[in-house]
Write a protein that binds this ligand. Structure first.
Ligand SMILES: NC(=O)c1ccc[n+]([C@@H]2O[C@H](COP(=O)([O-])OP(=O)(O)OC[C@H]3O[C@@H](n4cnc5c(N)ncnc54)[C@H](O)[C@@H]3O)[C@@H](O)[C@H]2O)c1
Length: 274
């Protein structure tokens, strides 16, 4: 990136307020840091108070301890953010609950309630809590929900994947709900992304993803958190001013590779010239 582009990027947020739910770790943390670097005033909310406060201290940002599955707490958040920084112009919902890759008969049905409460209900509560206010203010607004490549691919994750399909569905609904008021609502679907939680799993559960999960993508590697954050920051920004209701995949071509597998796998790179 050129120095000029960096200067433009640093003012992109124009001091507007961006809230990142799930901003204490992983993709949410990377997004909060990037948005702050791009001139947004960032507020973080998360269940993980210790990590959230540490990131918030780095960014001189307010932190709110929040369980996104607690409807009353989520509904109180826009007012708390407004009191601290002003009304939110962007919302990123990056909180997430994950499941074990085990046969269905070994799956604890209580996991269904837990994962749907955090991923589906929590995202819905947050979108409504912030979206209605953005729409009423008529000052624009951008909401980005974290879905997943597992929303559209067939995977063993029979709870997590469908919970993410629901997030894609509600994203499209809310885009219609508030579009005429100038509020854009989009989803980002990462493939396997090397956040600390995933790096730890690759070490502790080497069988979870197959021998070499990077082999399962067209680009032959996994996604970096900064690459997802970059996509989210784009969708938050005015550079994406005509984009609403989409699900933008950031998966190094995992979906591509799944289709090519029937034909023996993606084409190896040609040899270099000479
Ligand atoms: N990393 C990946 O491979 C990957 C792939 C596809 C989609 N995603 C999605 O991206 C989002 C971020 O994932 P990540 O990999 O950064 O995970 P992560 O575990 O690093 O971060 C998730 C954050 O959500 C918070 N959180 C969990 N439950 C919460 C709750 N009830 N209320 C509030 N906060 C809560 C956690 O404390 C954590 O800070 C999730 O929605 C996830 O499903 C991640």
């Amino acid at each position: 990136m050129t120095a000029d582009a960096d200067r433009t990027d640093a003012t992109e947020g124009r001091g507007r307020v961006a809230v990142v739910i799930g901003g204490a770790n992983g993709i949410g943390e990377a997004t909060g840091r990037l948005l702050a670097a791009r001139g947004w005033r960032v507020a973080l909310a998360d269940l993980d108070e210790a990590a959230g406060k540490a990131v918030a201290a780095d960014l001189a940002a307010p932190f709110f301890r929040l369980d996104v599955a607690d409807r009353a707490a989520v509904e109180a958040l826009p007012g708390q953010v407004e009191a601290a920084l002003g009304p939110a112009a962007a919302l990123v919902v990056s909180s997430g609950a994950f499941q074990r890759n085990v046969p269905a008969e070994e799956q604890d049905p209580a996991e269904l309630d837990r994962i749907l409460a955090i991923n589906v209900k929590g995202t819905w509560y947050a979108n409504r809590a912030f979206g209605v206010g953005m729409a009423r203010r008529r000052a624009g607004g951008s909401i980005v929900n974290l879905a997943s490549t597992t929303a559209s691919l067939a995977t063993p994750l029979s709870i997590y994947g469908p919970s993410k399909s629901a997030i894609v569905g509600m994203t499209r609904s809310f885009a219609g709900e508030w579009g005429r008021a100038g509020v854009r609502v989009n989803a980002v679907s990462p493939g396997i992304t090397l956040v600390p939680r995933v790096r730890a799993r690759l070490r502790s559960e080497p069988g979870r993803y197959g021998a070499d999960p990077a082999e399962g993508t067209a680009l032959g590697r996994l996604v970096e958190p900064a690459e997802v954050a970059e996509t989210i920051a784009f969708l938050c920004s005015d550079r994406a001013s005509a984009i609403t209701g989409i699900d933008l995949t950031v998966d190094c071509g995992w979906g591509v590779s799944a289709g090519w597998a029937m034909y023996g796998g993606v084409r190896p790179a040609p040899p270099p010239p000479g």
